[in-house]
Design a protein around this ligand. Structure first.
Ligand code: ZN
Length: 307
């Protein structure tokens, strides 16, 4: 084989390879549907009511396809008619993982796959409410979620003072995570230029929810998009934030409480819009889904029916 021929062949291969990459990227950024995986099956919240509602919202947006992988406790049965892909799932098949899970450890293989794929930007991660209670002993998970429901000695905490300045409180100081205020509350957008919050009113009324406070963790590469004032802690607590994990994007909201079939918090149009746009952003880094007309205002709540 001549040297020139070898070079030509090499260039041709490189060309094809780069075209392949471009095509893959284009597909993710285009209107082609993004593949969501929801993991649930163990949670101190009503995952049986939450997941089907979330799945329906994702699908109705026209932007996502959804698989659910349900890891029930030994002895627990899947609800009748429940559709689940086998657990542990293969993350290669998905653009974004939405965790609705707060329970026993996942197999090491799944943890490693999530770490690797997130780090290299091949998958996004979305954390809803009690998903941030999970996996206190999984170091990389705590880096991914930025901060979660933990003891005060576990890590630092972040609050916003009256002027809107972020203040970091060292571990050991203050309280452990809790929800010292449960009611409809105003969400205050702190970065209105981020794709997820762009177009939202600066303040909007969220439906009744647990207002998580004192989230604790390593808080590396955390960007706070919105906060809410807790009457329990008398400061603004992070309510919507992102975390960079290597090349990967994590979208995290502690909103979304549910219990005994009551999914009031999830029915809020503000929550729904936040979840859908946050998931799209975690998968692609961009947001095409609009802020809907019926989005809540500063004093005006807005909710959709359960069905
Ligand atoms: Zn809760």
């Amino acid at each position: 084989m001549s040297r020139r021929f070898t070079w030509c062949a090499l260039l041709l291969l490189l060309g094809l390879a780069s075209r392949g990459w471009l095509l893959a990227d284009d597909a993710r950024e285009s209107k082609e549907k993004l593949r969501v995986l929801i993991i649930d099956g163990q949670n101190n919240h009503d995952w049986r009511a939450m997941t089907p509602f979330m799945k329906k919202l994702f699908e109705k947006s026209g932007r996502f396809t959804v698989d659910v992988s349900t890891n029930v406790r030994k002895g627990d049965k899947l609800p009748e008619g429940w559709m689940s892909v086998p657990f542990p799932p293969d993350l290669e098949k998905y653009d974004v993982l939405v965790s609705n899970y707060n329970g026993a450890s996942w197999p090491d293989k799944l943890n490693k796959q999530l770490e690797e794929r997130l780090e290299t930007g091949k998958i996004g991660l979305v954390i809803i409410h009690a998903a941030n209670n999970s996996f206190g002993g999984w170091k990389e998970y705590n880096r991914m979620i930025g901060m979660g429901w933990r003891d005060k000695n576990y890590g630092d905490r972040l609050l916003l003072d009256e002027s809107g300045k972020a203040v970091r409180i060292p571990k050991g100081q203050g309280d452990s995570t809790g929800h010292r205020d449960t009611r409809p509350f105003q969400v205050v957008v702190r970065d209105g230029d981020h794709p997820v919050t762009k177009g939202m009113p600066r303040e909007w009324l969220h439906a009744r929810d647990e207002l998580y406070d004192n989230l604790r963790g390593p808080i590396e590469n955390v960007h706070v998009l919105a906060t809410a004032y807790s009457k329990g802690t008398k400061v603004h607590e992070p309510m919507i934030f992102t975390v960079s994990f290597g090349k990967g994007r994590v979208f995290h909201t502690p909103m979304g409480h549910s219990m005994g079939g009551d999914i009031t918090a999830l029915r809020c149009v503000g929550f729904i819009t936040t979840m859908l746009r946050g998931t799209e952003w975690a998968a692609t880094g961009k947001v095409t889904l609009p802020v809907p007309e019926n989005f809540p205002g500063p004093d005006k709540a807005s909710s959709v029916p359960t069905k």
